[in-house]
Design a protein around this ligand. Sequence first.
Ligand SMILES: Cc1cc2nc3c(=O)[nH]c(=O)nc-3n(C[C@H](O)[C@H](O)[C@H](O)COP(=O)(O)O)c2cc1C
Length: 177
Amino acid sequence: MFGSLIVDIKHLRRVFGQFATGVTVIVGLDSRGEKSAFTATSFNTVSLEPPLAVFSVSKKGQICSHLLQCETFIVNVLAEHQADLSDLFGRLAAPEDRVQALHDMEHEWGARVPDALAAMRCVPFLTQDIGNHMLFVVRVVEAVFEEGHKPLVFFSSRYQAIQGLIVPECPDVEKIS
Ligand SMILES: Cc1cc2nc3c(=O)[nH]c(=O)nc-3n(C[C@H](O)[C@H](O)[C@H](O)COP(=O)(O)O)c2cc1C
Protein backbone atom coordinates (compact mmCIF):
# COMPACT_ATOMS: atom_id res chain seq x y z
CA MET A 1 0.00 0.00 0.00
CA PHE A 2 2.84 2.38 0.89
CA GLY A 3 5.25 0.99 -1.73
CA SER A 4 8.40 -0.95 -1.03
CA LEU A 5 10.78 0.15 1.70
CA ILE A 6 13.58 2.02 0.00
CA VAL A 7 15.28 3.23 3.17
CA ASP A 8 16.82 1.04 5.85
CA ILE A 9 14.78 1.47 9.08
CA LYS A 10 17.81 2.02 11.35
CA HIS A 11 19.12 4.61 8.92
CA LEU A 12 15.72 6.29 8.65
CA ARG A 13 15.46 6.46 12.46
CA ARG A 14 18.78 8.33 12.54
CA VAL A 15 17.69 10.65 9.73
CA PHE A 16 14.36 11.40 11.47
CA GLY A 17 16.42 12.00 14.63
CA GLN A 18 18.10 14.98 12.97
CA PHE A 19 14.78 16.78 13.26
CA ALA A 20 15.05 18.36 16.73
CA THR A 21 11.80 18.50 18.67
CA GLY A 22 10.45 19.45 22.04
CA VAL A 23 9.31 16.70 24.39
CA THR A 24 5.77 16.23 25.66
CA VAL A 25 4.09 13.98 28.16
CA ILE A 26 0.54 13.38 26.97
CA VAL A 27 -2.10 12.18 29.41
CA GLY A 28 -5.32 10.68 28.07
CA LEU A 29 -8.46 10.64 30.25
CA ASP A 30 -11.46 8.47 29.50
CA SER A 31 -15.05 8.98 30.68
CA ARG A 32 -14.46 6.76 33.75
CA GLY A 33 -11.54 8.89 34.85
CA GLU A 34 -8.95 6.27 33.83
CA LYS A 35 -5.66 7.84 32.80
CA SER A 36 -2.79 6.77 30.63
CA ALA A 37 0.33 8.79 29.97
CA PHE A 38 3.18 8.51 27.52
CA THR A 39 6.12 10.56 26.29
CA ALA A 40 5.79 11.90 22.76
CA THR A 41 8.09 13.83 20.50
CA SER A 42 5.63 13.44 17.61
CA PHE A 43 3.55 16.34 18.92
CA ASN A 44 3.25 19.24 16.52
CA THR A 45 0.97 22.14 15.73
CA VAL A 46 -1.48 21.96 12.83
CA SER A 47 -3.71 25.04 12.74
CA LEU A 48 -4.48 28.19 14.74
CA GLU A 49 -8.02 28.63 13.42
CA PRO A 50 -9.38 26.19 14.41
CA PRO A 51 -6.76 25.45 17.11
CA LEU A 52 -5.49 22.00 16.17
CA ALA A 53 -2.45 19.94 17.09
CA VAL A 54 -1.29 16.42 16.24
CA PHE A 55 0.63 13.51 17.72
CA SER A 56 1.12 9.92 16.71
CA VAL A 57 1.09 6.80 18.84
CA SER A 58 2.55 3.40 18.12
CA LYS A 59 -0.18 0.79 17.60
CA LYS A 60 2.05 -1.84 19.27
CA GLY A 61 1.53 -0.96 22.92
CA GLN A 62 -1.61 -0.94 25.08
CA ILE A 63 -1.62 2.84 25.29
CA CYS A 64 -3.03 3.33 21.79
CA SER A 65 -6.26 1.42 22.41
CA HIS A 66 -6.85 3.39 25.61
CA LEU A 67 -6.16 6.73 23.93
CA LEU A 68 -8.78 5.89 21.30
CA GLN A 69 -11.35 5.81 24.13
CA CYS A 70 -10.25 9.09 25.68
CA GLU A 71 -12.33 12.24 25.67
CA THR A 72 -9.58 14.56 26.95
CA PHE A 73 -5.86 14.81 26.29
CA ILE A 74 -3.54 16.94 28.39
CA VAL A 75 -0.39 17.78 26.46
CA ASN A 76 2.46 18.86 28.74
CA VAL A 77 5.48 20.47 27.08
CA LEU A 78 8.47 19.55 29.22
CA ALA A 79 11.03 22.00 30.51
CA GLU A 80 14.80 21.50 30.46
CA HIS A 81 14.89 19.92 33.94
CA GLN A 82 12.26 17.25 33.17
CA ALA A 83 14.22 14.59 31.24
CA ASP A 84 13.64 12.11 34.10
CA LEU A 85 9.89 12.50 33.67
CA SER A 86 10.25 11.95 29.93
CA ASP A 87 12.12 8.71 30.61
CA LEU A 88 9.57 7.66 33.19
CA PHE A 89 6.74 7.81 30.64
CA GLY A 90 8.81 6.95 27.60
CA ARG A 91 11.02 4.02 28.47
CA LEU A 92 10.70 0.95 30.61
CA ALA A 93 9.72 2.10 34.08
CA ALA A 94 8.28 0.49 37.17
CA PRO A 95 4.47 0.73 36.98
CA GLU A 96 4.30 2.01 40.58
CA ASP A 97 6.62 4.91 39.69
CA ARG A 98 4.29 5.91 36.85
CA VAL A 99 1.27 5.65 39.16
CA GLN A 100 3.02 7.91 41.67
CA ALA A 101 3.96 10.43 38.97
CA LEU A 102 0.36 10.49 37.71
CA HIS A 103 -0.76 11.04 41.29
CA ASP A 104 1.63 14.02 41.54
CA MET A 105 -0.02 15.45 38.41
CA GLU A 106 -3.47 15.79 39.96
CA HIS A 107 -5.09 18.96 38.70
CA GLU A 108 -8.54 20.39 37.93
CA TRP A 109 -7.97 19.51 34.25
CA GLY A 110 -7.58 15.88 35.32
CA ALA A 111 -3.80 15.84 35.16
CA ARG A 112 -1.02 18.30 34.57
CA VAL A 113 2.75 18.09 34.91
CA PRO A 114 3.74 20.60 37.60
CA ASP A 115 6.30 23.15 36.45
CA ALA A 116 6.03 22.24 32.75
CA LEU A 117 6.84 24.79 30.07
CA ALA A 118 3.31 24.75 28.65
CA ALA A 119 0.15 22.72 28.89
CA MET A 120 -2.83 22.27 26.58
CA ARG A 121 -6.19 20.69 27.33
CA CYS A 122 -7.39 19.08 24.14
CA VAL A 123 -10.34 17.07 22.86
CA PRO A 124 -10.36 14.54 20.00
CA PHE A 125 -10.88 15.97 16.50
CA LEU A 126 -9.75 13.22 14.14
CA THR A 127 -7.93 9.90 14.28
CA GLN A 128 -6.25 8.21 11.36
CA ASP A 129 -4.80 4.71 11.33
CA ILE A 130 -1.60 5.16 9.37
CA GLY A 131 1.42 2.88 8.99
CA ASN A 132 2.39 1.40 12.34
CA HIS A 133 1.03 4.45 14.19
CA MET A 134 -2.32 6.05 14.98
CA LEU A 135 -2.48 9.74 14.21
CA PHE A 136 -4.46 11.87 16.66
CA VAL A 137 -5.49 15.36 15.60
CA VAL A 138 -6.79 17.18 18.66
CA ARG A 139 -8.56 20.48 19.22
CA VAL A 140 -6.99 22.71 21.87
CA VAL A 141 -9.62 24.07 24.28
CA GLU A 142 -7.39 25.59 26.96
CA ALA A 143 -3.71 26.48 26.92
CA VAL A 144 -1.20 27.97 29.35
CA PHE A 145 2.53 28.53 29.41
CA GLU A 146 5.19 29.38 31.97
CA GLU A 147 7.31 32.42 31.16
CA GLY A 148 11.06 32.03 31.59
CA HIS A 149 11.37 28.23 31.43
CA LYS A 150 13.59 26.64 28.79
CA PRO A 151 12.46 23.63 26.73
CA LEU A 152 13.74 20.09 26.90
CA VAL A 153 14.94 19.29 23.37
CA PHE A 154 15.24 15.84 21.78
CA PHE A 155 17.83 15.59 19.03
CA SER A 156 19.75 12.63 17.64
CA SER A 157 18.20 10.30 20.28
CA ARG A 158 19.47 12.48 23.13
CA TYR A 159 18.06 15.07 25.45
CA GLN A 160 19.58 18.46 24.78
CA ALA A 161 19.25 22.02 26.00
CA ILE A 162 18.98 25.20 23.98
CA GLN A 163 22.30 26.98 24.34
CA GLY A 164 21.48 30.42 23.03
CA LEU A 165 19.99 32.56 20.33
CA ILE A 166 21.35 32.71 16.79
CA VAL A 167 19.30 35.74 15.78
CA PRO A 168 18.64 37.96 18.80
CA GLU A 169 15.14 38.93 17.76
CA CYS A 170 12.51 37.74 15.30
CA PRO A 171 10.64 40.98 14.60
CA ASP A 172 7.78 39.56 12.52
CA VAL A 173 6.97 36.53 14.63
CA GLU A 174 3.32 37.59 15.12
CA LYS A 175 2.84 37.62 11.32
CA ILE A 176 3.97 34.02 10.85
CA SER A 177 0.89 31.84 10.42
C1 LIG B 1 11.87 10.95 23.95
C2 LIG B 1 10.78 9.96 23.63
C3 LIG B 1 9.83 10.26 22.67
C4 LIG B 1 8.81 9.37 22.35
N1 LIG B 1 7.88 9.71 21.41
C5 LIG B 1 6.89 8.84 21.10
C6 LIG B 1 5.87 9.20 20.17
O1 LIG B 1 5.82 10.31 19.64
N2 LIG B 1 4.93 8.26 19.87
C7 LIG B 1 4.92 7.01 20.46
O2 LIG B 1 4.05 6.20 20.16
N3 LIG B 1 5.86 6.66 21.38
C8 LIG B 1 6.83 7.54 21.71
N4 LIG B 1 7.76 7.20 22.65
C9 LIG B 1 7.65 5.90 23.32
C10 LIG B 1 6.47 5.89 24.32
O3 LIG B 1 6.53 6.99 25.21
C11 LIG B 1 6.46 4.58 25.12
O4 LIG B 1 6.46 3.52 24.24
C12 LIG B 1 5.20 4.54 25.96
O5 LIG B 1 5.39 5.29 27.12
C13 LIG B 1 4.80 3.16 26.35
O6 LIG B 1 5.75 2.68 27.27
P1 LIG B 1 5.73 1.14 27.68
O7 LIG B 1 5.84 0.39 26.38
O8 LIG B 1 6.91 0.97 28.58
O9 LIG B 1 4.41 0.94 28.39
C14 LIG B 1 8.76 8.11 23.00
C15 LIG B 1 9.72 7.80 23.98
C16 LIG B 1 10.71 8.71 24.30
C17 LIG B 1 11.71 8.38 25.38
